[in-house]
Design a protein around this ligand. Structure first.
Ligand code: SF4
Length: 241
């Protein structure tokens, strides 16, 4: 079960676990800063930011300090990306997005889709979204370790497609977590739902706590499968580094 968003958890302080002042890779075509929000209800074995999964009492980096840096970077950056962890876990996210927009920045969001209601609420404030889709929705628990996570992700996928927002759906590929057949099935599902832009990201061991996942080597997925999947989408990217 996901931790519910309740009044008790609804502190208004954004919990910032990390900040990258400049990147060219986290928002396609934009110069951006990335704010990493603390907290994630899921436990993916391949997580690159496991230190961001728990939420601490206070914010490791005060949000007002991040805002001060962003103010100084007006005119130098196009956008601010909220990432994590799972940024939609934070009840202060909407206010933070509004503050960033007021500075004139575009806003990107990286999410796994754990909180559909909050995602639907903030989506009108977002210019671009990168949504991780981890497996066929019925198989999510195998990757996230959390029962019911697939239903949340499915609802978020539907919400994003219906909104028409610029997007990239992406799937991290590791042979122990998603078979070739499941990957094909997932791509077919996303294509049929209306996903226009899809990326496969080959698992990288950097930052991952799982020795078992890191020990697996080899070329995956097969080239023929990648070609088949690429043909299902208007835009497709294979990231293998
Ligand atoms: S959803 Fe993302 S942040 Fe959360 S555990 Fe999985 S990979 Fe890590």
């Amino acid at each position: 079960m996901l931790p519910a968003i309740t009044n008790q958890t609804a502190t208004r302080q954004l919990k910032v676990g990390g900040f990258v002042p400049f990147t060219t890779t986290d928002y396609p075509g934009k110069l951006a800063a990335v704010v990493f929000i603390q907290g994630c209800p899921w436990q993916c074995a391949y997580c690159h930011n496991p230190h961001l999964q728990p939420r601490t009492e206070g914010s490791p980096t005060p949000w007002h300090e991040v805002l001060a840096i962003l103010k100084r970077r007006k005119g130098l950056l196009d956008a601010v990306v909220f990432s994590g962890g799972e940024p939609t876990i934070d009840p202060a996210l909407e206010d933070a997005i509004k503050q960033v927009r007021a500075l004139g920045f575009q806003v990107g969001l990286h999410t796994g889709g754990a909180y559909p209601r909050r995602l639907a609420e903030i989506l009108p404030l977002i210019d671009w979204i990168g949504l991780d889709v981890k497996a066929p929705f019925a198989d999510y628990e195998r990757v996230t370790g959390i029962a019911g996570s697939g239903e949340q992700a499915l609802t978020c996928t539907e919400v994003v497609i219906k909104s028409g927002i610029a997007h990239e759906f992406r799937t991290t590929v590791h042979p122990d977590l998603i078979s070739d057949e499941s990957l094909l099935q997932l791509a077919q599902t996303l294509s049929a739902m209306g996903v226009q832009n899809y990326a496969l990201q080959i698992f990288r061991k950097e930052g991952c706590d799982s020795d078992a996942l890191a020990a697996v080597s080899g070329n995956y997925p097969p080239k023929a499968l990648v070609t088949k999947i690429a043909g299902m989408f208007a835009r497709f990217t294979l990231r293998d580094a």
